[in-house]
Design a protein around this ligand. Structure first.
Ligand SMILES: Cc1cc2nc3c(=O)[nH]c(=O)nc-3n(C[C@H](O)[C@H](O)[C@H](O)COP(=O)(O)O)c2cc1C
Length: 176
């Protein structure tokens, strides 16, 4: 059983990125457990003075989750052509330690735009030594609201695309 952690870069209650990750979890192959990380909004702002023995509990939990995970899936919005601060903050807590080193990671997208954030996130994660999977997935949910979001994410064709994307990522993890 592969243990995959999914992180949404949006804290919005009706986040399309979070909805996409929840749908990926629901449609993952039987041998993959996709668990959504729910602590992004509780992480203190990264401060290198607070690392090691002073690491705050939520940051320690994130580091432990990523360390134990076989892979990471991220879906995030773009804010002002950048990666959302909350997500960058979470990644900053992972820079110094070993958690990200060679950790397979896949980026998925709920918006057909966000090209700056995609490129920046890929650059950040490669710099952190994540093993970034070339494939990914895009399901256009930009500007959509409930129940249209749920309708799109439960379309059989999209369920298959999500299943296949996680299966392909699992295969990539298997080659590492
Ligand atoms: C403050 C703010 C800034 C944004 N800036 C951009 C941007 O620069 N480029 C872009 O493509 N979308 C931008 N957007 C749109 C969001 O990326 C888009 O609404 C995203 O799909 C929201 O994700 P969510 O539904 O998971 O919250 C911005 C949205 C907000 C709230």
């Amino acid at each position: 059983m592969l243990n995959i952690i999914a992180i949404s870069g949006s804290l919005r209650a009706a986040s399309t990125n979070s909805a996409l990750l929840a749908a990926l979890a629901a449609n993952a192959p039987a041998d993959c457990r996709v668990q959504l990380y729910d602590g992004l909004g509780r992480l203190p702002i990264f401060n290198p003075n607070d690392e090691s023995e002073r690491t705050p509990p939520e940051a320690a939990r994130l580091i432990e989750m990523i360390t134990r995970a076989d892979g990471v899936i991220i879906s995030c919005p773009e804010y002002a052509h950048g990666v959302p601060g909350g997500l960058k903050n979470a990644l900053d807590w992972l820079v110094s330690g070993e958690a990200a080193i060679d950790k397979p990671a896949m980026l998925v997208h709920a918006s057909p735009r966000s090209l700056y954030a995609r490129a920046a996130l890929a650059e950040i994660m490669r710099t952190m030594s994540f093993a970034l999977y070339d494939g990914g997935l895009e399901i256009a949910l930009l500007g959509k609201k409930s129940p249209e979001v749920e309708n799109i994410l439960t379309e059989p064709a999209n369920r298959l695309v999500m299943h296949d994307a996680v299966a392909a990522f699992a295969e990539f993890i298997g080659t590492r």
